[in-house]
Structures are given as C-alpha cells and as structure tokens.
Design a protein around this ligand. Structure first.
Ligand SMILES: Cc1ncc(COP(=O)(O)O)c(C=O)c1O
Length: 413
C-alpha cells in the first residue's frame, strides 16, 4: 500500500506541510507525486507482462496536474462525463486511450464521443446502444463500443458506492448480454470491442472482484461461439484502500487474480482504478477555528474545512484519519471534529479520541486524494480550496484558491 503521508520522515513532512499552509492558506489539498507514481507502478508491474491497460478513473481526481502525472506514467483514461473526456484530451491522452462510461449519456455526449473515436464507449442499455448506433451512422463511422454488464454481485462495500447489483441502475443484466452483443454486431454504426463490469468502489475483499472478472470472461468465451471476438475485458475499478488501518486487498494480489481469471481467454485486461492510485497520496490541511465544550456533553473541534471541501464523511459516513500537524501533549479527549457549514451532517469525525488542540492549530486529514477535491462544491458561497503537488522536497500550487469574484462571475444582478 502506498504511503499515506507526503513524506516518510515525519519532521520533514510536518515542516513542508506547515510551509504549504502558510503559503497557500487553509483549507488546502496536498498530493504527493511520489505516492501516485508508486501506486501506479505497483499495479502496472503486477501484470507481469500480461497484455493490459490501466485506465485511470478521472472521477477520483481530475485536477489537471494529477491527470497529467498519470498520463506521464503511461496510464490510459476512464472518463465518466464529457467534461472528463475533454480533461483527458487536454492532459495529453489520445482518444484511443479513453474509455467513456456514464449511466445517462446525453445526445451531445454521445455525438462528441462518437466523433472523437474513443477506445470504447461503454454502453449502458439497449436504448443507448440504439442512440449510439444512430449517431455513428449519421456521422458515417463505425464506433467502438463495449457493453457494461451488471453481474448482480454484491461488492460488500457501502450501499451508496455499490453498482453491481440488479437493484443498482448500472449496466445491463448479464443474462441479456449475449443478445445485446449479437445486436451490436449486427449494427452498421457499432463495433463491439469489449465487455465492461464495475461493481462498486472501496471494495476491500477480493472475492466479489474475482467473481465479476470470471463472469465477463465466461461471457467473452460464449461470445466466441457466436463469432463475436472482443479485444479487451474492462474489469472496472473499485479496489479499496485502508482508511482506518484495517486490512484491505493487496493491489498486486488483485491484479494477479484478474490475470488468473482472464488468462485462458488470452484477452487484454483493462482496469479503471481511481481511489487506489490517488487516495492515499492526498491530505487536506485544515485549521482549528474554535474549540467548545458543552457542559457534561460534547466537546467540538471546529475546523475551517467542511463538507464543501470534503464530502465523503457527510455523504457516506466515511472515516478519515485526522491528526494535528504538531502534537501539544499526549493527553487525549473525546471530540467531534466538525466543519463550519450550517448542516448537522457537516462533521469529519464523531466521538473520536483526539489530542488537545487550540485555535489556529493545523490538522491533517489523511487519504483524501480520491473523491475529495473532485467532489468539492461551493455551498454557502465558499470558494474552492487550492491544491498543491509535492514532489520530494519541491512543491507547487496546481490549483489556486478560487476567488469570490470568480465564483460569482457567471451571474447577473
Ligand atoms: C465506471 C467506473 N470506473 C471506475 C471507477 C473508479 O472506481 P475506484 O475509484 O473505486 O477505483 C468508478 C467509480 O466508481 C466507476 O464508476
């Protein structure tokens, strides 16, 4: 597992983070380029020469410098919206390195995806199959498509980030896949090149991932009997990371399991990892703005970051490790660490043993590189925070803090 902190030497790391907080202000995201490189290399190496493509899932973090870094490492891209497709292009990806997934692609998105000639548009329904075919015929092209199958497998993750059950809106039931592949190969505008499965995110056991892989491999084998020959099997993303120190699947073991499941087919394996590549590489720096004790009841540490900067705790009750940048003493008390937003769900931690802190102390929220800044929003007219990339002892601002004027620039009075 990649390092969860921007430096292995605590004093150096603390000094660097303190310098960043002083220069960029708080709240502020900080990513460690070395941790991202390390996580990418672990996945890539584990394929051990087996034909594969790693499509970084931009939805985890699509800040340009992060996407460019992944591109420079040899990654491909997985986009979940037209915006992400365009970000991928801007960061140097060729269209044939991008897969495009999305449960409700608009006509404009389909039109542009077809005209770009992406590696694959992952088809989510029979209706969408039809719409893509029509747009491809109108443009006079044959467009590459993969079918997203829903294997009805429980990812055993949080219900809000599980996508592979038949009660979820994603893909087509795997039992209908054969008929839909036949349909796709009969269409003038479509070239079926792959099968796609993505059963959820933050998956911490191998079994569901392995089962999903086996299901698409079996599908590919039966397609061969129909003379439909795919080029890749896209196993999606979903590999979890350890937010709380509990054991998770080793990324190399995950890759080896995918290869073992796929080898008999000889097909190229594509994966769409997001969280595992960038999650542990990011921290959020935030400052204590108030400490208050309700008599005989709760003690609150109020910080200057909230659900606007980091949605995960409010959205999924997600756990993040939080530490003071400089510890005052060993004593701990039970506190809620809460944001400044007028919503009761705006809490990063509840009833957590935490060291003594005072107003203006800096706190470090760990493992926020994925689904942190990417989910940020401007509720209460809070401008988006800056983002910083550390590379060894160097660091640079990769997104400056939004100004209120920029936030209001789209509006008329
Ligand atoms: C289609 C698809 N691919 C890949 C991912 C990336 O998942 P993760 O960040 O869990 O690896 C997601 C996220 O849920 C997704 O929806």
């Amino acid at each position: 597992m990649a390092s969860t902190t921007p430096s292995t030497q605590p004093d150096v790391r603390a000094a660097q983070l303190a310098a960043i907080a002083a220069a960029a202000g708080t709240p502020c995201y900080v990513y460690d380029a070395r941790a991202i490189r390390g996580a990418y290399a672990t996945l890539d190496r584990a394929f051990d020469g087996y034909p594969h493509a790693i499509h970084y899932a931009l939805k985890a973090n699509s800040t340009l410098a992060v996407v460019r870094l992944l591109h420079s490492l040899g990654s491909n891209a997985d986009a979940n919206s037209l915006g992400e497709v365009d970000v991928a292009m801007r960061c140097g990806f060729r269209p044939d390195q991008v897969v495009f997934t999305g449960v409700g692609k608009s006509a404009a998105e389909i039109d542009r995806a077809v005209s770009l000639g992406l590696l694959a548009i992952n088809v989510e329904s029979p209706g969408e199959l039809d719409r893509i075919d029509q747009r491809a015929i109108a443009q006079g092209v044959k467009t590459r498509v993969a079918l997203r199958v829903n294997p009805d497998i429980d990812a055993k993750s949080h219900p809000h980030i599980s996508t592979g059950l038949k009660s979820n809106k994603f893909g087509v039931p795997i039992g209908e896949a054969l008929a839909l592949f036949r349909e796709m190969s009969s269409r003038r505008g479509l070239q079926p090149v792959g099968a796609h499965v993505h059963i959820g995110s933050q998956i911490t056991t191998l079994d569901p991932l392995q089962k999903a892989a086996q299901a698409v491999v079996a599908l590919a084998q039966s397609l061969r009997h129909d003379n439909i020959h795919l080029q890749h099997l896209d196993m999606g993303g979903g590999l979890g990371i350890s937010y709380d120190g509990a054991p998770v699947v080793d990324p190399a073991e995950y890759v080896r399991a995918l290869v073992a499941a796929t080898k008999s087919s000889g097909l190229k394996v594509a994966i769409e990892p997001g969280r595992v590549l960038v999650g542990p590489a990011g921290v959020l720096l935030t400052k204590v703005v108030d400490v208050k004790q309700f008599p005989g009841a709760k003690r609150f540490v109020v910080v200057d970051a909230g659900m606007t900067e980091l949605m995960r705790p409010a959205l999924y009750n997600a756990y993040h490790r939080i530490e003071p940048l400089a510890r005052r003493d060993a004593a701990e008390s039970i506190v809620d660490i809460v944001g400044p937003i007028c919503e009761s769900t705006d809490a990063y931690a509840r009833d957590r043993a935490f060291p003594q802190v005072e107003v203006d102390d800096l706190l470090v929220v760990a493992d926020v590189g994925a689904y942190g800044a990417a989910m940020g929003h401007t509720y209460l007219r809070r401008p988006l925070p800056p983002e910083v990339m550390i590379d060894g002892d160097q660091w640079r601002i990769i997104r400056r803090r939004q100004t209120l004027d920029e936030l209001l620039a789209l509006e008329t009075e």
